[in-house]
Design a protein around this ligand. Structure first.
Ligand code: NAP
Ligand code: ZN
Length: 347
């Protein structure tokens, strides 16, 4: 066992505080990563505050991890000491299944989350990236391409793959009109990725305050949803709408923006249920779906796509002692566009 330093939520109503804990001893199949940067995903906040009702404490959040390999077990062939490594939302996937489905593993029942979860033994808690190092089984670590800076690449491990996967699944590309709802951490990645895939991209944000950035990220159009005219102007416009909003909105109004046979995909995970009128779907054979992150294989594919197209997140790097303040700013949509913790500030 090695001692690790980090920050933890000890209770749903308390700020995160410094926390020391034990990481497991690396086995023959494990990779030890010295964490350099950890992104702050809105899911960290939902879980640290028990908004999804499944939190266990103490909790060390963080599933957008970028770092450097410091040790590998004797069976490990895909990484060596000194390599650039990324870890996303899960660190094991097949504890309840006989075989690993490398294409859809993020939907397997035996998924072991990077934090707020339990190891394959069912009793040892997992702790995430707001910490100095992590031990992860080979096969659950991504290789971060050399041309991507580690700090701005960290958010690709969750925000990047969460948008890449549905954009690929619903075939965003030339001739497709895609709308991204909410231009926060996930949303701004969606704009960059959909643009690079060749789709026509529209941002639907609460206001026009981030319009200039949206156009710079590759959006073709940018509308404020606070303006009722937006819903009239864009009625029946989109093949695909990806909703990244972390709160409840008028889902029926957004469904009216789909073309016949269009799909709206929820990646944002608000606390409360999503109310939808049957006729919002029936009148147009429309689909309402959800999508979660992506497999390890697809996450690596996304990283290679980002390397090819020079895509990373736009970030604000922060000292770890400012994490609670950063949470408050995320809640106010006051982030441009992802906070990333510089883990060196733990010392
Ligand atoms: P974020 O940075 O806070 O972005 C959310 C954006 O939603 C905000 O920037 C804001 O965009 C918009 N928004 C917020 N409150 C709103 C409201 N009341 N009405 C309308 N729009 C609102 O969060 P994130 O890290 O991108 O995460 C977004 C959601 O996705 C969270 O619920 C998170 O848990 C979830 N998530 C899901 C997955 C998955 O696998 N499905 C993965 C990661 C995260 P504007 O300022 O542009 O309006
Ligand atoms: Zn996340």
């Amino acid at each position: 066992m090695a001692l690790a330093k980090g920050y933890a939520a000890t209770d749903a109503s308390k700020p995160l505080v410094p926390f020391t804990f034990e990481r497991r001893e690396p086995g023959d199949d494990d990779i030890v990563i010295d964490i350099k940067y950890a992104g702050i995903c809105h899911s960290d906040i939902h879980q640290a505050r028990n908004e999804w009702g499944n939190s266990t404490f103490p909790m060390v959040p963080g599933h957008e991890i970028a770092g450097i390999v410091t040790a590998v077990g004797k069976n490990v062939t895909s990484f060596k000491v000194g390599d650039r490594a990324g870890v996303g939302c899960f660190v094991n996937s097949c504890t309840a299944c006989k075989t690993r489905d490398v294409d859809l593993e993020q939907y397997l029942p035996g998924l072991v989350g990077t934090y707020n979860s339990f190891e394959a033994d069912g009793v040892t808690p997992t702790y995430g990236g707001y910490s100095d190092h992590i031990v992860v089984k080979e096969g659950y670590v991504m290789s971060i391409p050399e041309n991507l800076p580690l700090d701005a690449a960290a958010p690709l491990m969750c925000a990047g793959i969460t948008l890449y996967s549905p954009l690929r699944h619903w075939k965003a590309g030339p001739g497709k009109k895609v709308a991204i709802v909410g231009m926060g951490g996930l949303g701004h990645m969606g704009v960059k990725l959909a643009h690079a895939m060749g789709a026509h991209v529209t941002v639907l944000s609460q206001s026009l305050s981030k319009k200039e950035d949206g156009l710079k990220f590759g959006a073709d159009e940018y509308y404020a949803t606070s303006d009722a005219e937006t819903f009239k102007t864009l009625a029946g416009s989109f093949d695909l709408i990806i909703c990244t909003v972390s709160a409840g909105i008028d889902w029926n109004a957004y469904l009216s923006l789909l073309k016949v046979e269009g799909s709206m995909v929820l990646v944002g995970a608000p606390e409360n249920p999503v109310p939808v009128h049957a006729f919002a779907l029936i009148g147009g054979r429309k689909s309402l779906s959800g999508s979660a992150i992506g497999s390890i294989k697809e996450t690596q594919e996304m990283l290679d796509f980002c390397a090819e197209h020079d895509i990373v997140a736009d970030i604000e790097v922060i000292d770890i002692k400012d994490v609670n303040e950063a949470y408050e700013r995320v809640l106010k949509s006051d982030v441009r566009y992802r906070f990333v913790i510089d883990i060196a500030t733990l010392n």
